[in-house]
Design a protein around this ligand. Structure first.
Ligand code: ADP
Ligand code: MG
Length: 726
């Protein structure tokens, strides 16, 4: 017999154990039994060949359609060409100098075939694949291995799916019943099968009903572990003391409200009220504010910051980029006027100061800013996430506002918790324009209260979006540039966005992450530097044009943004540095080159940069991807709606789940294997309610060691990146 922590040698022998650990990082019995099938094949149901992805190591169930043997030129040997079919499409297998396969692969034979999917002369093919013949007529295959459904594991060329199945079968046969982390009462109340039954059934499913029952049970366990961890976090966070910031009737906040040039929307007032109440409490606020691009989150944040300053404390505003931090500093200074000019001529009574801290500040300025922060002279401190997070000493930090956060997760939020004085945790307000589907809100942001701004301030103009398919309609691109010229002629401004900077590559450039994984032989994405040069000499000649990207020195970036904001530039050709928060109301047009290289949410964010003023905005998504492809569908989805929530859903569907909930690709083990944010909304909600009740009863889960262990495993899982990412 073996147990979960035993090395795999004990179960499968040294040679196989070595292959499993080398190819898939499966070292222990537990690793292997928790390595679940990706899908199941059903006897007689051939795998849909159209669904194969180029470059993937695929395992397909197919039937041999025809076999042909021929000599290679110059007598270099023999090629055996086996054509497989799924009944509709064909897939070619080529064996080089392996004529013996012809004896096993006769027309009509069904088998599992595994290999890397490639394309040759426009035809899908597998080269020198591995295969495992099956007998379609009986329940038992050629070597008597599979009964019922055939599990298909994430496999590699070194260890094929059917070899994994054999190892798992052997191992499960030697394993005592596994202990259930869920207390019996809890489990039976929700009607789930036991852990042992579920794990065995997921590998050796007799039928689909069996698979589903097992999956539900295991998913629920995963969801419960996440929700317990989050409930404990919420509980711990709420228990900490916070810097109390009572409202002041005649302070900066009141002064600011009086001079607001517009009336607040109902949403802004409502959320503002909730925040004001929270800030006056003795335990920290942890709130997520979501609101469409342009919904006016900044004002909400500023009013909160002023309440904190009025209470004699400091507020920090963290932005994801230096450009955005600098812009925030300018916007806030302009909005506050003399209220932010303490110590200057004309500064108002009770006035405070704004300190801007960016990495590239000249030494003297930086020193002054740090001094203002540590002395408390600056009530409002603006900087990038990285900077403020680890280096800066505050006199009395009361509130941290995190703006436009995409990659700012639980751990970073935790890092802030120790930043207030006297062992207190500052209040935290996280703002995002990327609408967060409910399931993500319940997991990645599960430790935050959420509020939403659902309406845009009155007088906003609509943005129209269109796809410019250059493959089919090359003339439309000319029309796009003409459109830009028209906008400029009408006194407006435009952005042109490209996925790449160009010329030399550097490690820290802020290109789209998607590019790095791009190895499928497409041409490199268009670059800012090339496109700008071409436009300046051609389609947009005569216009005042500048480039903006992450490789520019900060003061240059700043200068470009400033002259664009001042109307001294007509067109900015930029990377995604303009993605978040940039606010130039006079900009009305955006042309996004190689739009297919960007994600859905990113495109939505980008387009939010136009139509921020009185004039209508237009966004043109330029792409070479042909109609009917998934990529094109994605762009059409962006063009068809301005509803960020709808797009967030599309985005979630498009992204691999692993990107959100920790990696589950072959070889990487994660505590969350089956849970899907897209499909398991109800299950997550149910687990959340259960977790809240359990933690409210006993935060340390003392009565339920199994549950406590489950949470500990999750938290210890060093790859539990789902807590950090969206
Ligand atoms: P976002 O939510 O995208 O961060 P901002 O806070 O940048 O939006 O606001 C977008 C623009 O709308 C800013 O120019 C801001 O001054 C303006 N604004 C905010 N609230 C209102 C309001 N209630 N009425 C009119 N304009 C507003
Ligand atoms: Mg903003």
């Amino acid at each position: 017999m073996v147990s979960m922590n035993d090395r795999l040698e004990l179960a499968v022998g040294a040679k196989t154990a070595k292959a499993l650990s080398g190819a898939l990082e499966l070292h222990t019995v537990g690793d292997l039994v928790h390595y679940y099938p990706r899908r199941y094949a059903e006897r007689g149901q051939l795998t849909d060949i159209a669904g194969l992805e180029l470059g993937e190591h695929a395992t397909v169930m197919a039937r041999v359609k025809s076999v042909n043997e021929r000599r290679m030129r110059e007598k270099r040997g023999w090629i055996l060409e086996v054509v497989l079919t799924d009944g509709m499409r064909t897939l070619e297998c080529k064996f080089f100098n392996q004529r013996h396969h012809a004896a096993k692969l006769k027309p009509g034979v069904s088998a599992l075939f595994a290999g890397k999917v490639s394309i040759y002369h426009n035809k899908l093919q597998l080269t020198n694949p591995d295969y495992h013949p099956l007998d379609e007529d009986t329940d038992v295959d050629a070597i008597g291995e599979f009964i019922g459904l055939i599990p298909v594991y994430p496999a590699t060329a070194k260890v094929q799916s059917w070899q994994l199945a054999r190892c798992v079968r052997q191992t499960l046969g030697m394993l005592d019943p596994m202990e259930d982390p869920l207390p019996d009462k809890l489990r039976t109340r929700h009607g789930y099968i036991s852990y042992d039954e579920a794990v065995r059934a997921i590998h050796q499913a007799k039928d689909w009903a069996g698979v589903n029952v097992a999956k539900e049970r295991l998913k629920w366990g995963e969801a419960l572990a996440v929700q317990l961890a989050l409930a404990q976090r919420r509980h711990a966070a709420l228990a900490r003391p916070a810097p109390v910031c009572a409202r002041k009737p005649a302070g900066l906040g009141a002064g600011f409200d009086q001079r607001l040039p517009f009336t607040l929307t109902a949403g802004q007032r409502e959320v503002g009220e909730a925040i004001a109440v929270d800030l006056a409490k003795e335990h920290p606020m942890n709130r997520l504010l979501q609101g469409e691009v342009g919904s006016g989150k900044t004002v909400v944040a500023l009013r909160a910051m002023l309440q904190v300053v009025d209470a004699g404390r400091q507020a920090a505003l963290l932005a994801p980029t230096e450009v955005l931090a600098a812009q925030h500093a300018r916007t806030l200074a302009a909005m506050l006027g003399d209220l932010a000019q303490a110590g200057e001529l004309g500064g108002a009574e009770h006035a405070t100061r704004i300190a801007l801290l960016t990495g590239s500040l000249p030494a003297a300025q930086r020193k002054q800013a740090l001094l203002d922060v540590v002395s408390g002279a600056a009530g409002i401190v603006i900087g990038t996430h990285a900077l403020i997070q680890d280096k800066v000493e505050f006199a009395d930090l009361g509130l941290v506002v995190v703006d436009e956060q995409h990659r700012f997760g639980v751990e970073q939020r935790d890092a802030l918790r120790t930043r207030a004085g006297e062992n207190k945790s500052p209040h935290v307000l996280v703002m995002t324009a990327t609408p967060i589907p409910r399931t993500v809100a319940m997991t990645v942001y599960g430790d935050l209260e959420t509020s939403s701004l659902r309406e845009l301030p009155a007088g906003r103009s609509p943005i129209s979006t269109a796809v410019v398919p250059v493959a089919e309609k090359p003339a439309w691109l000319d029309r796009a540039w003409q459109r830009v010229r028209e906008e400029v002629a009408a006194g407006h401004q435009a952005y042109v966005v490209c996925p790449r900077i160009g010329e030399q590559q550097s490690a820290d450039e802020d290109v789209n992450e998607a590019l790095e994984s791009d190895s499928d032989g497409r041409r490199p994405p268009l670059a800012v530097l090339d496109v700008a040069e071409e436009l300046a000499a051609g389609q947009l000649s005569g216009l005042r044009l500048a480039v903006l990207h992450g490789r520019l020195p900060t003061d240059e970036k700043d200068a470009v943004m400033r002259s664009f904001a001042a109307g001294d530039l007509d067109v900015v050709v930029a990377t995604t540095v303009v993605e978040v928060g940039v606010d130039v109301p006079n900009a009305t047009a955006m042309v996004i080159m190689d739009a297919d290289r960007f994600g859905v949410s990113q495109l939505h964010q980008l387009r939010g940069r136009v139509g921020r003023g009185k004039a209508a905005g237009v966004c043109l998504l330029v792409t070479e991807s042909p109609a009917g492809t998934a990529t094109r569908d994605r762009l059409d989805a962006v063009a068809s709606t301005l509803d960020g929530f709808e797009l967030a859903r599309v985005d979630l569907e498009m992204r691999r789940e692993g990107d959100i909930l920790g990696a589950t690709q072959s070889g990487k083990q994660s505590a969350l294997k089956l849970l899907s944010l897209l499909r398991d909304e109800d299950l997550i909600a149910e687990a959340r309610a259960e977790a809240q009740a359990l933690v409210a009863h006993a935060p340390d889960l003392a009565d339920f060691p199994g549950l406590a262990q489950m949470v500990a495993n999750l938290v210890n899982d060093t790859r539990a990146e789902y807590l950090e990412k969206v």
